[in-house]
Design a protein. Structure first.
Length: 321
């Protein structure tokens, strides 16, 4: 396990081509300088991620975005001015200087200006774009604390910058402007569909990726049906129904009926606040996963606002392997 580092150390390490786990307001990212193919190749290697799944490039300012994209349509720019810095990723036609490895050979690049103060200061001081997928092993639950990163990637990682628990807790919303026409929501996340549409009008949303709709995975190569999965079997269900025998865990939104039936109960938000539920989701999934359970039953949350992102992650976690 390598060391926790200070912000200047993180900047220096990135300049040397090393990888640093960096805090963002969504989840921790596994960062390396996006312009250097050798560094980017190591990101894929450490994460165990297939190279057909492109990375998000993080920059500190709109000027820096202009340097890595070849066009920036007005609607995309409106979203950028409304929601950046923040949990929104825009997929835009890429500029030549972004290596093909970053974009998995696609002519578009995913870009984000994160809001976390450490991420912003790091990007400003570094003055180079940083490619960063979530700092988890491929297909596993994303990290929302530095300890989560150390647990999963500590042995292979150069450095971890600890910026505390992530305030949003689910990944950024990914919106594509790669094709002409109506923008397309590739991944629900920290900015709700309602908020996007309030700024730019209708956004296409292909069928959520489930076992019945695997085709959408080709639009956003990373949105594979089985993703965000704990090792313990997880299924979606009604927590008031009869449960199977054995040590069963419950992942509940506001409350759990007759909790004594369960070995462990995790409540995401007693007051029914979707933002709080999102912030708690991945840590709760990890605690359940570490509890030696036979199975986990999770209930869906209301399907609006951040609830869509939460239900998307739950559906993927429960996807029948
Ligand atoms: O909140 C986040 O977005 C976090 C933090 C670290 O910024 N990052 C993150 O990265 O979640 P990752 O690699 O786990 O997810 C990136 C998603 C994937 O679904 C990927 O397929 C999609 O963005 N993506 C990246 N580039 C793309 C492109 N050019 N076209 C379509 N989808 C793209
Ligand atoms: Mg990820």
């Amino acid at each position: 396990m390598r060391e926790f580092c200070s912000l200047p150390q993180a900047v220096a390490a990135l300049k040397r081509g090393e990888l640093v786990a960096i805090p963002t307001e969504t989840v921790y990212g596994l960062g390396g300088v996006a312009l250097w193919p050798g560094t980017v190749a190591r990101i894929f290697e450490v994460k165990g991620r297939p190279t057909f799944d492109p990375l998000i490039v993080h920059v500190p300012t709109l000027d820096a975005v202009d340097e890595i994209v070849s066009s920036f349509p007005p609607a995309a720019r409106s979203l950028a001015t409304h929601f950046w810095p923040g949990p929104l990723t825009l997929v835009l036609p890429k500029a030549a200087q972004i290596p093909d490895l970053v974009t998995a050979g696609l002519p578009s690049v995913a870009v984000r200006i994160p809001a976390h103060p450490f991420a912003r200061e790091l990007l400003e001081r570094l003055a180079l774009p940083v490619a960063a997928p979530s700092a988890n092993l491929f297909g596993r639950v994303s990290p929302t604390t530095a300890a989560h990163v150390a647990d999963q990637l500590g042995d292979q990682l150069d450095w971890i910058l600890d910026g505390g628990p992530c305030s949003v807790g689910v990944e950024s919303t990914v919106v594509s402007f790669a094709e002409a026409g109506v923008p397309c929501l590739l991944r629900p996340g920290g900015i709700s569909l309602e908020a996007l549409e309030a700024v730019i009008g209708p956004v296409n949303w292909p069928q959520p990726i489930t076992s019945e709709h695997p085709a959408v995975a080709q639009l956003a190569p990373g949105t594979l049906p089985q993703h965000y999965a704990p090792l313990t079997t997880i299924s979606l269900g009604d927590l008031s129904q009869t449960i199977p025998p054995g040590k069963i865990g419950a992942l509940a939104f506001q409350s759990c009926p007759r909790p004594e039936r369960f070995a462990v109960v995790e409540i995401l938000s007693p007051l029914g606040d979707l933002a709080e539920a999102a912030a708690q989701l991945f840590a709760a999934m990890r605690r359940l996963d570490c509890a030696g359970l036979d199975a986990i039953i999770a209930e869906r949350v209301p399907d609006y606002g951040l609830g869509r992102a939460i239900n998307d992650r739950l559906t993927r976690a429960a996807w029948n392997r």
